[in-house]
Design a binder for this molecule. Structure first.
Ligand code: 7RM
Length: 632
């Protein structure tokens, strides 16, 4: 049974129902899943806690809804099609039946290594089917997975392991990404020197790179599977038991573990997938995200597989071996729905249309965008050159914390407007707030985006620190979830996301806290103080601009800038490496010592005529120096 909406009036009708009677609405959607025991109560909530429970006391296992549920009807349908980094390496297809057997076997491996319900398992892996198998095997036995993007450094990895007290790490010997082969196991070894909770490491052999295997701790994936049975009974989970933790950046220095729970996340990821992408049985769907991000969780693994879809998983990058790689994969597998990030679109746009020419792209029906605002130019390029003007674009706004898509057109149903995420999904009650905390009603308004009623996929807590969850999301506006994004509702009632209003920047669709990057910069022994801001970047959306006060010792500026970049790469990972570093002698501060970031942002973006009031600064002269030394 599918809850797919088919017409615009159908959407408005469902939306009205979902607002008027949210519990009845979500109960009906939830009824199409397999529950081991039905819920006693659909929803209980209090945003002050926050304390939100969906499908209270219901029992389920999300993997039964992916595997057993589809076994007899869709057993031979491809669940995952894997395309490797190298075009001439053979791909792999796992049918629902094969996926079922693999997940059961690996679940038994986990049990055999002593992993129990509630234990935390870190997944630090390349984009191979085993990564999805690992996630599902964790969910199968009731372990809580926390996927860490494999581009993160050993320090980022050990921080996450320590925060959730992980018992196991699943990883690979190395990763292939474009022309590079990255030694991953060595990063894990380094991370584990700073942790004490990990009892075992299972290593998937991908690159055949030589690795150190610590006896009694490290095991090869393929050896662990030898002789292991494919019979496994799924653990019975409570609807509000943890399904996964995913770390994401905020405005403070330390990433937080966003917690999602079994029942609500299951219902929301499938419902949003089917409706936004208008997936029809037999379609081939491809999301280019990495499983290390929420997009990979909800729209490569859980949403599509819950819907019985065929989901492509691609190991490589958009420009290797050339800028036609995505399009060759679209033609090869006759992809119907294609979902990517604006930064990838802009990077390919910069290469011109020649790389597209060898491919027909005829199979495409729907194009998607996620992760950051899509500028109108990129939207039109995508629409014209990839969609050949016949594919609707779904510009999907959502967050790690929302679990699934919140504002988006339903493909082919909601009229689109370039750069607009358009309208909320059924069940999503948006509110726009003014600086005083009053809701702005009516159209043609602009303010901060909040959500005033719970939805099943929402964050439940930040792991190990509930107070932080409350302060970050539920304290700014009473009885509202605050997203951190600015938004405009136009004269038609359509929503356009304007970007972050807090100290979070979005670099190539990756969320980063400016404080987090500053902390990493400050690890360099000669750095005295730093301030990081975002600035508009042609391809990345935002680039990272760092103002740094240092003790120069006998270094040249160039040396020091290089060293600071290396420090950030080592502490966080290459995605956080500043694009521009300006060595300064002071920072613009107020008398109370607060850095005036507004000024730094304006200088970074080259908008120096309009710096606003600088009279409250402790030392207005530093502004002159900063303007003079600006890095082009
Ligand atoms: C899915 C994801 C969340 C932040 C969010 C926004 C920005 C995401 C869009 C967007 C404009 C979009 N999760 N964002 N999608 N901005 N239009 N369609 O990206 O947790 O990593 O990031 O990303 O600022 O708050 S995330």
């Amino acid at each position: 049974m599918s809850d797919r909406i088919h017409t615009l009036s159908g959407y408005f009708h469902e939306y009205q129902k979902s607002i008027a009677q949210p519990e009845e609405f979500w109960a009906r959607v939830a009824d199409s899943f397999h529950w081991k025991k039905r819920w006693d109560k659909v929803l209980e909530w209090d945003f002050d806690g926050p304390d939100v429970k969906w499908f209270q006391n219901a029992k389920l296992n999300i993997t039964e809804n992916i595997l057993e549920r589809h076994l007899y009807t869709l057993g031979d349908r491809p669940a995952i099609i894997w395309e490797p980094n190298e075009p001439d390496e053979e791909g792999r297809t796992l049918t629902y039946k094969e996926l079922y057997l693999e997940v059961c076997r690996f679940a038994n491996v986990l049990l055999g290594k002593g992993v129990k319900k509630g234990d935390k398992v870190i997944i630090y892996m390349p984009m191979v089917p085993e990564a999805a198998i690992a996630m599902l095997a964790c969910a199968r036995v009731g372990a809580v997975h926390s996927v860490v993007f494999a581009g993160f450094s050993s320090t980022s990895l050990s921080d996450r392991i320590n925060d959730c007290e992980a018992k196991m790490v699943l990883t690979s010997d190395g990763n292939f990404r474009g022309s590079k082969s990255i030694p991953v196991k060595a990063v894990v070894d380094e991370a584990l020197e700073k942790t004490s909770t990990v009892e075992s490491v299972i290593v998937y052999q991908r690159t055949k790179t030589e690795v150190d295997m610590k006896s009694g701790r490290d095991y090869w994936w393929h050896e662990s599977l030898e002789g292991v049975s494919a019979e496994n009974e799924a653990a019975e989970m409570d609807s509000e038991d943890l399904l996964f933790i995913l770390y994401t950046s905020g405005s403070t220095g330390k990433p937080k573990g966003v917690v999602h729970t079994c029942g609500g996340y299951m219902v929301y990821s499938k419902y949003s997938f089917e409706n936004v992408f208008q997936y029809s049985p037999g379609d081939v769907y491809w999301c280019t995200a990495d499983i290390g991000w929420i997009t990979g969780h909800s729209y490569i693994v859980y949403g599509p597989l819950l819907a019985g879809a065929t989901s492509i998983m691609f190991e490589g990058v958009p420009t290797y071996p050339d800028a036609g790689r995505f399009w060759s994969i679209v033609d090869k597998y006759k992809v119907n729905q294609f979902y990517t990030a604006p930064t990838a679109i802009r990077a390919l746009q910069a290469k011109g249309t020649d790389p597209i020419k060898p491919y027909s792209l005829k199979s495409l029906k729907v194009l998607g965008s996620v992760g950051e605002p899509i500028n109108e130019e990129a939207w039109h390029w995508y629409h014209t050159h990839i969609g050949k003007t016949r594919c609707p674009i779904v510009d999907t706004w959502w967050q790690t914390e929302t679990g699934g898509i919140m504002v988006s057109p339903l493909a082919g149903i909601t009229p689109t407007k370039p750069a607009y995420a358009t309208l909320p999904l059924p069940g999503v009650q948006l509110a726009i707030m003014d600086p005083e905390g009053n809701e702005l009603t009516g159209n043609s308004v602009e303010g901060n985006l909040c959500i005033k009623f719970p939805w099943p996929g929402m964050i439940r807590t930040t792991y190990g620190d509930h107070e932080r969850c409350k302060q970050t999301y539920f304290a700014t506006y009473k009885n509202h979830y605050f997203t951190g994004d600015g938004v405009k509702r136009d004269h038609d009632g359509y929503y356009r996301i304007l970007g972050r209003v807090d100290d979070v920047i979005n670099v190539s669709g990756h969320r980063m806290g400016t404080a987090e990057v500053e902390n990493a910069i400050n690890e360099h022994p000669l750095v005295v103080e730093s301030a990081v801001v975002g600035y508009p970047h042609q391809v990345k959306g935002q680039g990272i601009y760092a103002y740094v006060i240092c003790d120069m010792k006998n270094r040249t500026k160039e040396n020091l800038v290089g060293e600071i970049k290396d420090t950030v790469t080592k502490i966080i990972g290459p995605i956080a490496k500043p694009d521009k570093i300006q060595i300064v002698s002071g920072l613009p501060k107020t008398r109370s010592g607060k850095i005036m970031r507004r000024i730094l942002r304006k200088v970074a973006e080259g908008n120096m005529d309009n710096l606003g009031d600088t009279s409250t600064l402790l030392d207005p002269e530093v502004v002159e120096q900063i303007i003079e030394g600006r890095v082009e």
